[in-house]
Design a protein around this ligand. Structure first.
Ligand code: UN1
Length: 511
């Protein structure tokens, strides 16, 4: 217990006095009143302060970034990639401080914190390697003698990156790193709930060699994001968050500007897992608990709707409830903690309202317990299991540790697949079956971005399991995959009459 207390105190001391200020232009001191940021675990530990941006300052940030773009886009791809690799090294070197911030500001458990830092580092290194292969002088296309045709990728201009609070380091860094290495300048707007971690990432990227005017920082609420995406000078938007916000950004891009710019959106899901009677019960139990309850269900990849074949449903549900009852909710800095708080009071109230509605309809089957004592003022939602008659009873994504269970008979499999397709979402899907034909039938029927067979449905690995969905779940391309950088880039083909030119390939060298 003493060791535990020392660890907790040490982590708190490591980050106190952190400040996140708007960066609208290099060297410009922020104005505005600092706002305190408190830990979601107890609602009162002061993590640091943020000076938020004024939406009216969006134009200035985009203007600074437009100047930054002129220089940054002309840097050889090798120096942009090298800057990302230095940023990866710096993130690793600052691991303890970042872990502490992830626990304190975002309520992340230690295993989730470690995984998130790993993912941020992987994004930097992966996109650096991808950029070296795909950008630069470009590739020669086949063509007649006397002519050189070169296809190349370049930055587009100023990208706006809007990131979520549930991966405040990994997704923030992933979006920004991709946009930067492709040759764009970036105005980054972190989630309102997690500006301090994002500010640390910006500081490390600047220290790694990204010029200050190639990466501007505008913490604040949705009005800041709306002002940025309405600016006619921006060249694209990368967004991860709710489907509703992606919809609004899309509408704003369409309405407010003539030229079409890309929107790279990664949004929500009503993610399902199908379990048939041939599945291995222990494996299913472990994977369901991990997918539905770990990270307090605050992942867009998390499991929401579990389909159990009725022959095995009772036994499995008992096992799952037993395992859920073993989970410890508590201080995210404590090694014994499995699940931390949800992000804020609004999140908690929304999830609890859903649970209450389910309880009123007599659907509640299991409820875990929340911590009290020092943590009573935090934002806690215990794991819950509810049963539904029909999958269509769940019409929206509930972003918390609530598992909805539907039973099906073997002959209803097709109808269940139709029901999953009918949600319109397509992010993650789990299948537990030892019949190959069933797995194939499920995988082929559904247009889901990431399908997991006989395993859990979270924690996609950069470069190995590119991540992202279709339909209401996002536009693609998948983050951490080979198509991602291209969407941040402008394609250009340069056709040269070599006989009438001074040289050939050297014309485009160093671009
Ligand atoms: C998100 O939750 O916003 O696979 C997306 C996973 C994560 C999900 C990130 N990469 O669990």
């Amino acid at each position: 217990a003493e060791e535990r207390a020392r660890l907790v105190d040490g982590m708190t001391a490591a980050v106190l006095s952190v400040a996140a200020a708007t960066v609208l232009a290099p060297g410009l001191a922020p104005v505005g009143r600092p706002k305190p940021v408190h830990s979601p675990a107890d609602g009162r530990t002061l993590v640091g302060e943020v000076v938020e941006a004024d939406p009216e300052d969006a134009a200035r940030a985009v203007g600074s970034a437009a100047c930054g773009f002129e220089v940054w886009s002309r840097c050889p791809v090798e120096s942009r990639a090298a800057a990302l690799e230095r940023a990866a090294d710096l993130i690793e070197a600052n691991r303890d401080r970042l872990m502490a911030l992830l626990a304190l500001e975002a309520g992340k458990t230690l295993p989730d914190g470690i995984a998130e830092i790993r993912e941020a580092v992987d994004f930097c290194r992966y996109y650096a390697a991808e950029a070296r292969m795909r950008f630069g002088e470009g590739c020669l296309m086949p063509g007649p003698t006397g002519e050189e045709n070169r296809y190349r990728l370049r930055g587009r201009g100023v990208f706006v990156c809007i990131s979520p609070w549930n991966f405040p380091l990994a997704i923030f860094v992933g979006q920004v790193a991709a946009a930067l290495v492709a040759g764009n300048a970036v105005v980054a707007k972190p989630a309102e709930q997690t500006p301090l971690i994002a500010r640390e990432a910006v500081t490390l990227l600047h220290r790694a060699g990204v010029p200050e005017d190639a990466l501007l920082f505008m913490p604040g609420d949705g009005r800041v994001g709306a002002a940025l995406t309405a600016d006619p000078r921006i060249a694209g938007v990368a967004f991860t968050g709710s489907t509703e916000t992606a919809w609004a950004i899309n509408a704003s891009l369409a309405a407010k500007r003539g030229p079409i710019v890309p929107l790279i959106a990664e949004t929500g899901g009503i993610n399902a897992m199908l379990v048939d009677a041939t599945a291995l019960p222990e494996q299913v139990c472990d994977d369901v608990v991990t997918s539905a309850f770990r990270s307090a269900g605050q992942r867009c990849s998390a499991l929401r709707l579990l389909y159990l074949q009725d022959d095995i449903a009772d036994g499995l549900l008992e096992m799952i409830e037993g395992a859920a009852a073993e989970l410890t909710l508590g201080d995210p800095r404590d090694q014994a903690t499995d699940i931390g708080p949800v992000i804020d009071a609004d999140a908690r109230d929304g999830i609890l309202a859903h649970i209450e509605a389910m309880a009123a309809a007599d659907r509640l089957r299991f409820a875990g317990t929340v911590p009290g004592g020092d943590l009573a003022g935090g934002f806690w939602v215990a794991p819950h299991i509810v049963t539904l008659d029909r999958p269509s009873d769940l019409t929206r994504e509930v972003f918390g540790p609530v598992l909805h269970v539907v039973r099906y008979r073997a002959k209803e499999l097709d109808a269940m697949l139709e029901a999953i397709a009918a949600t319109g979402y397509g992010l993650t899907l789990g299948v537990h079956s030892r019949i190959d034909a069933t797995v194939k039938q499920v995988v082929d029927r559904l247009s889901v971005g990431n399908v997991y067979v006989n395993r859990n449905t979270i924690g996609a690995v950069v470069g190995t399991q590119p991540f992202g969905g279709s339909g209401l779940s996002g536009t693609g391309p998948k983050a951490g995959g080979p198509a991602y950088l291209q969407r941040f880039a402008l394609e250009q083909v340069v056709s040269i009459n070599t006989a009438a030119s001074g040289g050939n390939a050297s014309l485009l060298a160093h671009s």
